[in-house]
Design a protein around this ligand. Structure first.
Ligand code: UD1
Ligand code: MG
Length: 493
């Protein structure tokens, strides 16, 4: 595209039917706000200028737009007096920012059409240029045209006008070719046009669509190009439509991954955000959500029933029925079932986080294992180490968080508590039930529980008439032991 391109995104409207404290265009599907999707699509055209018109709840929409499109000019439309007025405000804001279009095309889009794709816009702008029209409309043929502006064509097929629903005659209301809202307009013509709009219509608003009638009056060409994929220009007005377009977006994303070589066993129960990256030969099992900027490398198998947000999963890894956020899982590592990986979890190559394990700020080395029922917080576990079942890394003393390190190939016993800050050395070990409060040097074995006391015959004496006492007596008889003496006690090591 050699011509200059200016894009105006309209997002000043209210969105009352969302019944939400959140502005309509900031509601998200597929992991991006609606206006995020539109700005993404528009961004792929690399326009020379981009202006977004904000108004309603601009204190929320403005900063969101500034973050999504830092180079966009923000135009504030104090009062929403119609799409024609909004475009005038946009051109004024560009002029004020020293970015007045000096020629080329102005493309107008809305901030609430989340399925819109850059390719569709590119084709439309190219068609507009090819037709040498002053105004081009991206139209759509729909079964249910209610609410849309209708494309009124002349006998020879040329576009005569766009008539809004409220202003339409019965005959015009029967027209099924509608204005999607996306317009391409010659920049010089538009600059003159915005001063000629009036609000002499059923809504009392300045209609951008009147640009069509004005062009015709001036003897300029107008074109309408029906969009093949009408859902791309569908807007969201309420939460029912938000969910419908959300499901459709998801269907498109999932289908795209399948075409690229990802196995998705149950697309209907699989949710993948727009910014997720999946390699070929990844397998996704039912009930899985891959959110944010999650990436999954080849041959990994995710699911069933797993949610991963902003995670990085290595090749050949396996994650089963688990929940992860900002976690990095190494190649061929395995996670789950039923584990919770909180931010800052890193699991090394071939490592294991087994069932019912919670991790946070935990760097677990290559081949290291936390197989069962544990909490690992603020920890570094060396390669090849094995953490016993039911171990708690007690990282919080009620005031501050502290770190624990476990050395390479250390083997710690079951049901341990590591009271941070504490270090367990390379190749060290701990006995079952140990509460580690002091550093364990490399190669040492730490045992903190006292020697075991065993009081022989206790059950027979203290609970003779219970099932426990009778079982004990029977076992004692079978073993041929005599009657128990009252004070026999042995000590374990
Ligand atoms: C508009 C079109 C109609 C088209 C339909 C497609 C006009 C006059 N009508 O009607 O032909 O079929 O969209 O959905 O253009 N906005 C502003 N400032 C305003 C008014 C609107 O920024 O003062 C923004 C809204 O936030 C929204 C978009 O412009 O994103 C469209 O406004 P809306 O009120 O929904 O227009 P429709 O009546 O639906
Ligand atoms: Mg609308």
């Amino acid at each position: 595209m050699t011509e200059q391109l200016t894009v105006i995104v309209l997002a000043a409207g209210g969105g009352t039917r969302m019944r939400s404290k959140t502005p309509k265009v900031l509601h998200a599907i597929g992991g991006r706000s609606m206006i995020g999707h539109v700005l993404h699509a528009v961004g792929t055209l690399e326009p020379d200028r981009l202006v977004t018109v904000v108004g309603h709840q601009r204190e929320l929409v403005g900063p969101a737009v500034a973050e999504l499109a830092p180079h966009a000019v923000l135009a504030v439309q104090e009062e929403q007096r119609g799409t024609g007025h909004a475009v005038r405000v946009a051109l004024d804001a560009l002029a004020e920012a020293g970015q007045r279009p000096t020629g080329g095309t102005v493309l107008v889009a809305y901030g609430d059409t989340p399925l819109l794709q850059g390719e569709t816009l590119r084709d439309f702008v190219a068609a507009h240029a090819a037709a040498e029209a002053a105004v081009s409309v991206l139209s759509g043929i729909v079964e249910q045209p209610t609410g849309y502006g209708r494309i009124v064509r002349e006998a020879d097929g040329g576009v005569a006008a766009i008539v809004e629903e409220k202003d339409a005659t019965d005959a015009q209301r029967a027209i099924t070719e509608i204005n999607s809202g996306i317009l391409a307009v010659d920049a010089a013509f538009l600059a003159a046009c915005v001063t000629r709009f009036n609000d002499d219509n059923a809504s009392g608003e300045y209609y951008l669509t009147d640009a069509v009638g004005i062009a015709r009056q001036d003897g300029l060409a107008v074109a309408a190009h029906p969009v093949l994929d009408a859902q791309q220009t569908e807007g969201v007005n309420d939460r029912v439509q938000l969910a419908e377009l959300g499901r459709e977006l998801n269907r498109r994303i999932v289908t795209g991954h399948q075409r690229n070589g990802v196995t998705v066993m149950d697309p209907a129960s699989t949710w993948i955000d727009a910014d997720v990256t999946l390699a070929a030969d990844v397998t996704i099992l039912p009930g899985t959500q891959l959110l944010g900027t999650t990436t999954v490398a080849e041959d990994a198998v995710i699911g069933p029933d797993t949610t991963l947000a902003d995670c990085e999963i290595g090749a050949g890894a396996r994650v089963v029925r688990s929940h992860g956020q900002l976690a990095v899982i190494g190649e061929r590592a395995s996670v789950g079932p039923y584990s919770h990986l909180r931010p800052g979890t890193r699991l090394g190559v071939g490592g294991k986080i087994g069932g019912f394990v919670e991790t946070k700020n935990a760097d677990i080395g290559d081949g290291a294992k936390v197989p069962h029922l544990s909490y690992v917080g603020d920890a570094e576990i060396g390669e090849g180490a094995n953490i016993g079942a039911g171990t708690i890394f007690a990282n919080y003393d009620g005031v501050a968080k502290h770190r624990t390190t476990v050395g390479r190939h250390a083997k710690t016993g079951s049901n341990n508590t590591f009271v941070a800050p504490v270090n367990i050395g390379d190749g060290a070990g701990t006995g079952g039930g140990t509460v580690v409060r002091e550093d364990v040097p490399p190669g040492a074995l730490a045992v903190s529980s006292g020697p075991q006391r065993t009081i022989d015959g206790w059950a027979q004496r203290k609970r003779p008439d219970t099932a426990q006492g009778r079982a004990a007596a029977a076992a004692s008889d079978a073993a041929g032991a005599g009657p128990v003496s009252p004070d026999t006690e042995t000590s374990g090591e």
